[in-house]
Design a protein around this ligand. Sequence first.
Ligand code: UDP
Length: 235
Amino acid sequence: MTELKYKRILLKISGEALSGEKGSGIDTDTINEICDRIYKTHELGVEIAIVVGGGNFWRGRSGVGMDRTTADHMGMLATVINSLGLQDALESRGIPVRVQTAIEMKQIAEPYVRRKAVRHLEKKRIVIFACGMGNPYFSTDTAAAQRAAEINAEAILMAKNVDGIYDSDPSKNPNAIKFDKISYQEYLNKGLSAIDSTAASFCKDNSIPMLVFGLDNPDNIIRAVKGEEIGTTIY
Ligand code: UDP
């Protein structure tokens, strides 16, 4: 345990990170690889809560030419598909998992109850928070920030398809420069958008550090909880 920097984390996995090379949906090899690393992190004694996105199926906030609230409801349902996929892959490795949804669907998962979620973590169960905040016009980044605050997570581990925060979009600008560290204030002042500004502002106000890294190396999750500096730290 002494080698751990963080003992309770909120791991945010973007939907796209589950799709691997396919670019959409769930890629079985990719989800298995990620869950192998989550398993190893759990074995170290880390209490893990997960928020997963839905962008590999549907992203209402991208403007899809339909009523925004309906589009966002569809996006939240997409996070449930990913949550159940993660639950299954983690349980097949012998880890007890509970999915809690911000919108009730009791036949499928528990409704979100903070005290129950914390109890699950104390009992070394992994808790997956589905449906984001349960409200349209929000993102799962913001849900990750808000849930991290509620469960007193020491850090948010933001696992993305990009290996950190850049001063411009690295997929469009080959000269984009990556930050090792950046304050939330500077992040907001520069108008960066890799993490949405609502989430950044919430983490700033509540002093929650965020470690942003890529899953190109799935060991990054373990490296991050041990305190290795990978990707970008936002503080
Ligand atoms: N969403 C929402 N409220 C929330 C979280 C998510 O309405 O609190 C919807 C929104 O349409 C969003 C979609 O769910 O585009 C998927 O979430 P997100 O885009 O954050 O997924 P990611 O990009 O991380 O895969």
